[in-house]
Write a protein that binds this ligand. Structure first.
Ligand SMILES: [Zn+2]
Length: 294
């Protein structure tokens, strides 16, 4: 663990995802992340992706990811690009997801503390809908992702448990009807807050996130063979032990992996943020996966 900040802001992810999909980014999105775009361009042989799958595990810190790589082995095995990013402050869930999916800083999208109002600002969901894409969001009841992007003409699947969420996500992948699917899993965050980031209970949840993502990627390989898909494992921010004195320092990293190719799953790593004087970088892994149409 170090005190270095990641140079790239989480706000660059949104426009990059839109670029990969060939969609005009939302109105206030920051400049696109060129690394991600270049990766996808090469991976897809110059084509645009027509499917976007975003897996959002809450609070998987970069330092956790780096310290315990064996707990994310399944996710890493299907990833090709890791893109560290710096999350936004305050690094709490609704603030960070607000930035991830609008491409705008908190003062622009309007959520600047832990609250969950519907974001009215133009978002990636609005951008996809304008482009004629069918979008689905899957999340736990009352969580940020179940609330802050409501009121769009897209499909919301809100459940009380992660098994229900992930089962529906698998069903949607098999159904092959949605162009963009966002799956939120808050299990690591919930247990980490109770037991600590490195507790065995929390790490067991991290492993579940790793298995879940790898399972989704394999489903996509099977069911979306005729599509070019970008898949991402992207966290909103990181975490730190409660005993540490919090300092106004936060570093987020979003590693993203994108991979193109007929037989390979793509993954990217997303961004996570870390705070405290011990600079806990949060790491998010996201994966992009593309397959050439046969
Ligand atoms: Zn969070």
């Amino acid at each position: 663990m170090d005190n270095e900040w990641n140079e790239v802001s989480l706000d660059s992810l949104c426009a990059a995802l839109c670029c990969v999909m060939g969609v005009e980014p939302p109105e206030h999105a920051a400049a696109k992340n060129e690394t991600l775009c270049a990766y996808a361009e090469k991976a897809l042989g110059g084509r645009r992706a027509d499917r976007l799958f975003m897996y959002n595990p809450d609070a998987v810190a970069q330092w956790i990811y780096e310290k315990y790589p064996e707990f994310t082995a399944e996710m890493q095995a299907v990833s090709e690009l890791s893109l560290p990013m710096r999350t936004v402050m305050p690094s709490v869930t609704p603030v960070c997801f607000g930035t991830m999916y609008t491409g705008a800083q908190p003062e622009v999208h309007g959520i600047r503390r832990y609250e969950k109002p519907v974001i009215k600002l133009d978002s990636i969901f609005d951008a996809m809908l304008r482009a004629g894409k069918r979008v689905a969001v899957l999340a736990e009841r009352d969580c940020s992702m179940a609330k802050i992007f409501l009121e769009r003409e897209m499909d919301y699947f809100i459940y009380d448990s992660i098994p229900e969420i992930n089962a529906k996500a698998a069903e949607l992948i098999a159904g092959d009807r949605h162009d963009m699917i966002v799956v939120y899993n808050g299990n690591y965050d919930a247990v980490m807050h109770k037991h600590g980031p490195e507790d065995v209970h929390a790490l067991a949840e991290l492993r579940q996130n790793s298995f879940a993502f790898a399972t989704f990627i394999n489903l996509i390989k099977n069911y979306w063979k005729s599509h070019n898909t970008l898949a991402g494992f992207a966290m909103d921010h990181g975490c730190h032990p409660a005993r540490l004195t919090a300092e106004p320092l936060c570093a987020a990293q979003i590693p993203e992996k994108l991979s193109p190719g007929a037989e390979r799953p793509d993954r990217s790593e997303g961004a996570a943020a870390a705070k405290t004087q011990h600079a806990q970088n949060a790491r998010v892994r996201s994966g992009l996966r593309s397959e050439r149409a046969k």
